[in-house]
Design a protein around this ligand. Sequence first.
Ligand code: ZN
Length: 283
Amino acid sequence: MPELPEVETVARTLAPHVNGSRITGVEVLRASAVHPLSLPPATLAGLVIAGVRRRGKLILLDVAPADKPRNPGGVPSLVAVHLRMTGRLLPRPAGTAPGPYTRWLLDLEKPDGTPQRLFFDDTRAFGTVFAATPGLLQQWEFWRGLGPEPLELTPDGFDRRLSGRRAIKAALLDQRVVAGIGNIYADEALHRAGIDPRRPVADLGPAERRRLLGALKDVLALAIDQCGSSIRDYRDADGNAGAFQNSFAVYGRAGKACLGCGETLSGRRVAGRATVFCPRCQR
Ligand SMILES: [Zn+2]
């Protein structure tokens, strides 16, 4: 599943393709790919894509009427795309036919008049697209509960969000605690911080919490620099793979030697997820 660095990379690589483009048509090929709370996708027609952003693991396309600085009521001001397991946003030349896994597509006209298409392809079909007003977005429980961006989080803010007896790995995966972290970056950050993923949150001291937040920010920044991690089929909007998978210290390395101390890395299920850690470096 794409996590924060991969979704950030998709947003950054997609922006030059679609910024300033006018939406001239919308085609839904699989109704379940549209979020149940979404405005009808046809309401996007005529709007201009003003920017591409990321929030947690969501891609946000800001949209606005071409001739007005602000949206009138009832018109979407953004499109939230949840890539989930296998969702991909792919710019395509005009006239390209939808593929077998294309769930949704936009016909676009670039500022210079060139037509193109934007496909939302999703093999596993868990991803959703949500055309929303800010008010409508607030009705989405997932959005309302989304925790802070980890790269903007202060040690005090992180500390306030960590409580209870559940495992620290479970807390990191909880999108309400911090947004955008999944299995890869939780394991990598915990290894970098030297913290056992099974430790109860409440047992982590102030220094460990600070160390963990620092490790999380370091790992995320390094992964963004390398355009994310490509395991299975993740690609950015230009079809390129990321490179951070070559820098994994623990993820996918159970049974191999710890790069820090040489000890054999353990693979266990923690918080319902496959988890890899070093029994010697992580206490
Ligand atoms: Zn080790």
